[in-house]
Design a protein around this ligand. Structure first.
Ligand code: MN
Length: 134
């Protein structure tokens, strides 16, 4: 991974969740890029790849898993960590998301106390601030 602040792409169509996730992550020093639908996410991913993607699994009719499948089929983005961000808390959903290529799962509503550490865990201990390690 390159040096400097970790860059995170947050794909979320719910404005309240997006604002909260972005606020918490920026507060922790991460650089946050927001996408509110699948097309915005595709455009963001066509540029410089982020270090991690937080992906809402229900995006106004579109299925977040479709986008995950696209990433996993793209040699450039295949290894990009993706965390499912979802209100689906039913038994089996976690397994379904992991089987589809997600690296982890963060349930909604967002838990403000543990959200950042749940994300940081998937960045190999890399935190938002230069040189700092978890
Ligand atoms: Mn949604």
């Amino acid at each position: 991974m390159p040096e400097g602040r970790a860059r995170l792409l947050v794909v979320e169509d719910n404005e309240v969740n997006l604002e909260l996730a972005a606020f918490l992550l920026e507060e922790a020093g991460f650089e946050v890029q927001a996408a509110r639908d699948v097309d915005e996410a595709r455009r963001a991913l066509a540029g410089q790849a982020p270090d991690l993607v937080l992906m809402d699994m229900s995006l106004g009719g579109a299925d977040g898993l479709e986008l995950v499948a696209e990433l996993r089929a793209d040699p450039r983005l295949r290894g990009l960590p993706v965390l499912a961000l979802t209100a689906h808390a039913m038994r089996g959903d976690r397994e379904r998301f992991l089987a589809a290529g997600c690296d982890g799962y963060i349930p909604k509503p967002i838990d403000v106390k543990s959200f950042v550490s749940q994300v940081a865990r998937h960045l190999g201990g890399r935190r938002g601030t230069d040189g700092e390690r978890a």
